[in-house]
Design a protein around this ligand. Structure first.
Ligand code: NAI
Ligand code: 15L
Length: 272
């Protein structure tokens, strides 16, 4: 990738008030003349004529349609980001992602970057190495919603030619918080690099890529996404001593068995 790719006219970032949204609000500036920032939650006002701030509930089809008008590409980070009851997930993640693709189709948007999750494959064991063609084994209603999002991406490419990079994000935080994250950690710098690759690579069709840094502990193999040109620079290894000093978990704790960790043991959310 060149050091300064040509900026898009207008990029839409959903989930702009969230943890990753705040990072991307700053770091996506070089890639767009105008960044349209959206969330259901309140956000700081636009800081220049290069930002547009739009409050929008992804569950509101008409509002999402208006949100997408005039946009060249979408980074879809909005939605419920942890495990909850199916009903809580339904509006934002399942209906919301459908609304976004329908709006993209109506308004001629050609590229989406979808913040999928490792919880799409979270019921695989930590002893396995997975590539993008592996069987999905969602570990939660949240993981199911991301799996559905990947299916929407596949369908909207096959049917309407809208390209998507579905990024199965591992754990994107300032630093790994536990031993599991030694394998799943995805630094903010590597996240930004992968966003750039996903925006500018040609002919991505529907590409699934694991959003993960160059960690020594590896569960995921990104060979089917080599065409994106993503080359992570960071590693969780400098944090190993710190997280290994945390109180150890019992050998049968889901955080030590499943790739999705604790999500694999959440719920049920209803009576018997
Ligand atoms: P976050 O929870 O901090 O941000 C999500 C944002 O979506 C929030 O600001 C929330 O207000 C917004 N949102 C929720 N419901 C909405 C609705 N109905 N309409 C519009 N906006 C709504 O999560 P984070 O960590 O920033 O993650 C961003 C995206 O990346 C999420 O889609 C998450 O599932 C995904 N992801 C993040 C990972 C991570 O390690 N941070 C790992 C895997 C996936
Ligand atoms: C996710 O999908 C969540 O959005 C994030 O909050 C973390 O729990 C992450 O996965 C993880 O698996 O560490």
């Amino acid at each position: 990738m060149s050091s300064s790719p040509t900026p898009f006219n207008r990029l839409l970032l959903t989930g702009a008030a969230g943890g990753l949204g705040k990072v991307l609000r700053e770091r996506l500036k070089p890639y767009a003349r105008i960044l349209r920032l959206s969330d259901i939650a309140e956000m700081p006002a636009a800081t220049s004529e290069h930002e547009e701030v739009v409050r929008c509930d992804l569950a509101d089809k008409q509002a999402v349609d208006q949100l997408v008008e005039g946009v060249d590409a979408i980074l879809h980070f909005g939605g419920v980001s942890t495990e909850h009851s199916f009903e809580t997930i339904l509006g934002a993640n399942i209906c919301g992602t459908f609304h976004l693709y329908e709006a993209a189709r109506r308004h001629g948007v050609k590229r989406v970057i979808f913040a999928s999750s490792n919880h799409v494959i979270g019921f695989h064991q930590q002893t396995e190495t997975l590539d993008a063609h592996c069987l999905r084994r969602p570990d939660s209603y949240y993981g199911l919603s991301k799996s559905y999002g990947e299916d929407l991406a596949s369908f909207y490419f096959d049917r309407y030619g809208i390209e998507t990079v579905s990024v199965r994000i591992g754990s994107s935080f300032p630093e790994p918080q536990n031993v599991r994250m030694l394998a799943t950690w995805f630094s903010y710098d590597d996240l930004v690099q992968l966003m750039e690759c996903s925006l500018y690579a040609s002919d991505v069709g529907h590409t699934v890529v694991y959003g993960v840094s160059d960690n020594k502990a590896k569960w995921w193999d990104n060979r089917y996404a080599a065409h994106l040109g993503y080359a992570p620079k960071d590693s969780s290894e400098p944090f190993r001593e710190k997280v290994e000093a945390l109180p150890p978990l019992p050998a049968d704790d889901p955080q030590r068995i499943y790739q999705g960790g604790a999500f694999a043991a959440m719920g049920p959310f209803e009576g018997k």
